[in-house]
Design a protein around this ligand. Structure first.
Ligand code: NAP
Length: 494
């Protein structure tokens, strides 16, 4: 069966390049053939999106709320087909599918609720004062307007929540921006099924054609053409640092540069002070082992480096941590390519001078395993080897044993921007200490006595940190505040 592109309200499969998705647990290809979008199809989707923009951006917030709620209804009606396809294409378990589906619904609901608030449209009215001296004052009304057609790139590891109608798409549609999704080739069928529902709802709601399009692609070309298309006005990207930077560079090289909101990978440092280990060493070891290995460590917030200082408590912790970690099972990763890159990257880290394999999880008999691995090094080696400071996407973490807290803080001064920074401690008034200030300066979210995985969807969430974890640390990719990425202010002066 051939799976077409969805361009406005029409299906289209003009291209000759096709690809298939694979079940990573069995290595079997699925029968569907996805037809990659051509240059003409990219152009048509962008032209339709531009045409839809004027009408869609001027729909009332209530109309857009109704649109989002109708998408929710369709997703729920089709939940079982969607979740089965999700697990078939990603290898992620039923329970994970349930959690991610619920999160996707919650994200859409949050935006629909936001749009349903009274007076959302008018942000600020400044009344005129014709009698003001020395100059009369005009009336100013400031609105927020969607910035235009947005291209969305989802990540492989969240086929629902950071993909077709995930957080970025929900935020862009809520802002009144037409969306073109560059479907992720690893879960292309899940993406197509979701996209079909969005298109159906848009048509039923008589929204302008082009408010949503969905393009298949297995290589970079389609995405790159979309980013370069003059009618596209912004990009939402979730994926690797390498991919995000490539997209950002393209967007900057356009005749008219456009913003790229790229949420990328992160090392997510975790500091474990001896004071915390005095109190609950075993509990911390269990929490961290699970956080590193759950869903094969395929989270942007997975702890990638654990920092400890030499102390008796640390020695005891390491013994327990090793035992608990070695009990963690290996699972298939979301795609053979991801599993291959993970295995190579973990080996590359372990092969560095002064780095050693510290613990390894159990090996099971399925394909494309991400074998949990912990490696260990000293503070100086970490500080002087940039390769150790890059994300290993999968169930690997590096233990960094520092001489003392001074060395620990010096090392952390030198690390790049992060999505999260966790601090296990039992100190009085930690929020007034240097380590806490450092954490705030380096990351978008600081977690005290907890693990970074499990991103709460909330208006109080900051998911996005200093570069390179995000392309613009002023914004969040999670929570209703993420709508701000796709809006700009317009003042009407009378
Ligand atoms: P990826 O390889 O960067 O791919 C993401 C999307 O970008 C895919 O559609 C990919 O297309 C496209 N792409 C990548 N490089 C490109 C280029 N040079 N030109 C044009 N398109 C390009 O990421 P992934 O493997 O799917 O996802 C895993 C990564 O995402 C991890 O690093 C993880 O930490 C990160 N992530 C971050 C967040 C966050 O919120 N910060 C959330 C989830 C995941 P093709 O697939 O066709 O190559």
């Amino acid at each position: 069966m051939k799976i077409p592109n969805l361009i406005g309200y029409h299906t289209s499969s003009e291209g000759t390049i096709t690809f298939q998705t694979v079940n990573p647990i069995t290595d079997q290809f699925h029968p569907e053939l996805f037809v990659e979008a051509t240059q003409a199809e990219v152009d048509r989707s962008a032209t339709l999106a531009k045409g839809a923009y004027r009408t869609f951006s001027r729909t009332s917030p209530m109309e857009r709320a109704q649109f989002l709620r109708a998408i929710i209804t369709e997703l729920e009606l089709n939940k079982s087909l969607l979740t089965v396809t999700y697990s078939r294409e990603s290898g992620l378990k039923e329970q994970r599918a349930e959690v991610e589906f619920t999160r996707t619904i919650f994200q859409l609901t949050s935006f629909a609720d936001l749009l349903s608030q009274e007076n959302l449209e008018i942000k600020h009215i400044d009344l005129a004062d014709p009698n003001r001296t020395p100059t009369p004052k005009p009336q100013l009304i400031k609105y927020k307007l969607g910035i235009g057609p947005i291209v969305i790139f989802g990540a492989s590891n969240f086929p629902f929540a950071y993909s077709t109608v995930g957080g970025d798409t929900a935020a862009a549609l809520a802002a009144g921006c037409p969306v073109i999704v560059k479907s992720h080739p690893f879960h292309a069928h899940t993406s197509f099924l979701v996209a079909k529902l969005v298109v159906k709802v848009a048509e039923e709601h008589k929204l302008p054609e082009g408010v949503f399009s969905h393009l298949n692609a297995t290589g970079y070309e389609v995405g790159q053409r979309l980013v370069q298309h003059p009618f596209v006005q912004g990009v939402g990207f979730t994926g690797s640092i390498k991919g995000g930077l490539a997209i950002q560079q393209l967007a900057q090289q356009r005749a008219v540069p456009i913003p790229v909101f790229a949420e990328m990978g992160s090392l997510n440092p975790v500091v474990i002070l001896p004071s915390a280990l005095k109190k609950e060493s075993d509990n911390i070891a269990t929490k961290l082992a699970l956080s590193i290995t759950q869903s094969s460590g395929q989270f942007c917030t997975k702890p990638g480096a654990l920092f400890l200082v030499q102390a008796v408590e640390t020695t005891h912790f390491l013994e327990t941590f090793k035992t608990i970690f070695e009990q963690q099972a290996s699972y298939s990763m979301v795609h053979p390519t991801i599993a291959r890159i993970y295995t190579q990257r973990a080996k590359q880290v372990i092969d560095q001078t002064n780095v050693h394999l510290f613990a390894q999880g159990t090996v099971t008999k399925t394909c494309n395993l991400g074998i949990p691995q912990l490696s260990i090094t000293d503070g100086h080696t970490f500080d002087t080897n940039k390769l150790l400071q890059e994300e290993v996407f999968g169930p690997h973490a590096l233990l960094v044993i520092c001489k003392d807290q001074l060395e620990l803080e010096q090392i952390l001064e030198n690390i790049d921007g992060q999505l999260t920074f966790s601090l296990f401690h039992n100190e009085e008034n930690i929020e007034a200490q240097n380590l806490f200030f450092l954490a705030q300066e380096k990351a978008g979210r600081v977690i005290l006595n907890g693990v970074p995985t499990g991103v709460e969807v909330s208006p109080a969430m900051q998911h996005g940190g200093p570069f390179p974890s995000s392309s613009d640390s002023r914004f969040t990719a999670v929570g209703t505040d993420s709508i701000q990425r796709f809006l700009r202010g317009v003042t009407v002066q009378k």
